[in-house]
Design a protein around this ligand. Structure first.
Ligand code: SAM
Length: 244
């Protein structure tokens, strides 16, 4: 059975609600998928679960739909943030897509001392996160924050949130060991991955002194930032998250 198209709708959904699609969503259903009025698709709003909807009218001006029934109840994603230093455009695209698929609840671009690509396109990241959430059947979309410096983020850090920083210098402890310590505790958490040039010594020194921070090694090989994001989040989901 072909999977029904799935859209994130940025308004609260409930049975029998009639709502308008955005122009992009209307174009996708009516013109790309050539769905006619009466066609069915799935929609989620990030709060109330997933619903089966019927395309009512593929209008020139407006395209409306109606919520028929709820198909899944909402379930919260684990409380895990990703802090990452933006890298080259296509690699950052990969980071946004994979971290969304891997269930992060928030994406925080951070500028570190060795960050090269400081150009951050928040709107682009949001669109990519929505698309990835629609594809991977999530019931919510990660929040994408404005870019800030790592220092700025840590200055106001909630000390109840564990910060696992990926330390490629060999001073981190093995990921499986570090995450296993916190397995089952459902603690608010975050993963931090550095830029192509890695963290500088002062940044690592500062992180090592913070009681909420834990240095994590992803093995002997030096991974690309985007690989480290996927590896760290996969390991965390398997040991502390919702892969159980
Ligand atoms: N400075 C590194 C070097 O020696 O070439 C490169 C940094 S790496 C491309 C980018 C980021 O990925 C690092 O800052 C770190 O956060 C993470 N990373 C890469 N390999 C890692 C490893 N083996 N263990 C922990 N983190 C790693």
């Amino acid at each position: 059975m072909a999977t029904k198209p799935r859209l994130f709708i940025a308004q609260e959904l409930r049975k029998d609600l009639e709502f308008f699609l955005t122009d992009t969503q209307a174009h996708y259903l009516c013109h790309v998928l050539r769905m006619a009025a009466g066609g069915f698709f799935l929609a989620f709003d990030g709060k109330n679960g997933e619903f089966e909807c019927e395309l009512s009218v593929c209008g020139k001006k407006q395209t409306s739909s109606k919520v028929l029934r709820q198909t899944r109840i909402f379930e919260k994603a684990p409380d895990i943030f990703l802090l990452f230093a933006p890298v080259k455009k296509d690699k950052t695209d990969f980071i946004i897509e994979k971290s969304t698929e891997l269930g992060v609840s928030k994406i925080v671009p951070v500028i570190t001392r060795r960050t090269i690509s400081e150009k951050v396109k928040k709107e682009r990241y949001i669109c990519q996160a929505v698309e990835a959430a629609e594809q991977c059947r999530r019931l919510d979309v990660p929040a994408v924050e404005d870019v800030r410096t790592l220092e700025g983020v840590l200055k106001v850090w909630d000390e109840n949130r564990l910060l696992y920083y990926m330390d490629e210098t060999g001073n981190g402890r093995p990921a499986a060991e570090v995450f296993a310590e916190d397995a089952g505790k459902h603690l608010p958490s975050a993963v931090l991955v550095g830029p192509e040039g890695g963290f500088d010594e002062e940044e690592l020194e500062f992180l090592r002194r913070q009681k909420y921070a834990k240095g994590v090694s992803l093995g002997k090989r030096i991974l690309r930032a985007e690989t480290a994001v996927a590896a760290a989040l996969s390991c965390w989901q398997a040991i502390c998250g919702d892969w159980k």
